[in-house]
Design a protein around this ligand. Structure first.
Ligand code: TXA
Ligand code: MG
Length: 344
């Protein structure tokens, strides 16, 4: 675990960054901060290196990785031509929390990165440490979130340490990440792009630059059929089951009471505004409703805190779908396996 706390002069003051870049060039895996979540980076051109990512995370091999770059020249080496609107989005949002799925150039990247697809997901992260490591390594860097597969993504170095200690070559600690939820994944292989994963850049932001943007039907249907308990699509999941309540504080407290009557230790995920409204084993505020960015920034850490408290169930408030709320609810619904109770 290497700590980097002065982000102003990275190249001269931190031999750790050079070392991390050397590790990546030599096909080892290293975790580093990005502006969204910590990534687990490896040389995207090496089968050997990329296989180490899948092993450390316990990730299914059919789930492709995002390739991180530090310059537009690197983009041109790995993808076929970048279409008009993709180029506009790059100009508007890179470096930043936007991942573009583009047609890949043959024979440049390890086929494990793209899980055999003819497209590749690429982004340029907006974090000085990530950019410096990628640039110094001299290779495109495949980097999924640096958590064990299925767990909440890491927004602090200690989350990575908890999940991956002993399985990877190092962790660069650059403090808590800013955005807190992962990048928006946008499929740019059609005339109109499609959001595959809501994230740090919102649909409204994208549309303000290029006009119409589609949303993957699967995302819409999940959001609209939240009561289906059979859909146990767990992901971003803490140890305890999560139940989302769409209703008043009073309604939510009634549900909490019902669990407590069954002898369960209940954790409550609320915001600063809700702190005084709930009584339970553990009540945690995840940011403030006045600014949903604060909820996004704290979400994964709060889910991980409930693991430490060993609660039996987590009862969570739901959030409006404006802006980054879309990404917050997408992750919460997955953590909850779509288990939502709506007040009649
Ligand atoms: O913010 C982020 O995106 C973080 C940081 C580390 O950059 N990374 C991240 O990576 O969240 P990961 O591997 O946890 O999520 C990558 C997502 C997955 O949902 C994957 O299925 C999708 O991107 N993906 C990757 N390549 C794709 C492709 N060629 N086509 C469609 N989806 C793809
Ligand atoms: Mg992930």
């Amino acid at each position: 675990l290497w700590t980097v706390d002065d982000l102003s002069n990275l190249s001269t003051s931190y031999p750790q960054i050079t070392q991390a870049a050397d590790f990546i060039r030599n096909n080892e895996v290293v975790a580093f901060p990005t502006e969204t979540v910590y990534g687990l980076g490896a040389n995207a051109c090496s089968d050997d290196a990329v296989r180490k990512i899948f092993e450390a995370k316990g990730r299914p091999s059919d789930n492709p990785l995002i390739v991180h770059i530090a310059s537009i020249e690197q983009l041109e080496e790995i993808v076929e031509d970048v279409s008009g609107y993709a180029y506009q989005l790059i100009k508007a949002f890179w470096p930043g929390p936007l991942t573009l799925v583009l047609r890949k150039k043959a024979n440049q990247l390890s086929t494990f990165v793209t899980a055999g697809l003819d497209t590749v997901a690429v982004r340029m992260p907006n974090h000085p440490v990530a950019l410096e490591i990628i640039a110094k390594s001299g290779v495109p860097v495949a980097a999924p979130s640096a958590n064990r597969s299925g767990k909440p993504s890491p927004t602090q170095a200690n989350h990575v340490y908890h999940d991956l200690d002993g399985k990877i070559s190092g962790i660069i600690d650059g403090g808590p990440t800013g955005v807190g939820v992962e990048s928006t994944v946008l499929d740019c292989t059609s005339d109109i792009p499609t959001i595959l994963r809501p994230g740090g850049i919102t649909k409204q932001q994208l549309e303000s630059i290029i006009g119409k943007v589609n949303v993957d039907q699967a995302l819409i249907e999940e959001g609209h059929t939240p009561k289906s308990p059979g859909m146990k699509y767990t992901h971003y999941a803490p140890n305890a089951p999560v139940v989302i309540i769409d209703g008043s504080h009073k309604y939510m407290q009634n549900i909490i009471n019902q669990y407590e009557e069954q002898g369960k230790n209940v954790g409550v995920l609320t915001t600063e505004e809700g702190l005084n409204h709930f009584q339970a084993q553990k009540v945690i505020a995840c940011g403030t409703r006045k600014d949903l960015n604060t909820v996004a920034a704290n979400l994964y850490d709060v889910l991980r805190q409930f693991d430490k408290e060993e609660v039996d169930v987590i009862i969570s408030e739901s959030f409006p779908l404006d802006g980054v709320g879309e990404a917050i609810m997408n992750r919460l619904l997955k953590a909850a396996g779509n288990n939502v109770i709506v007040e009649e």
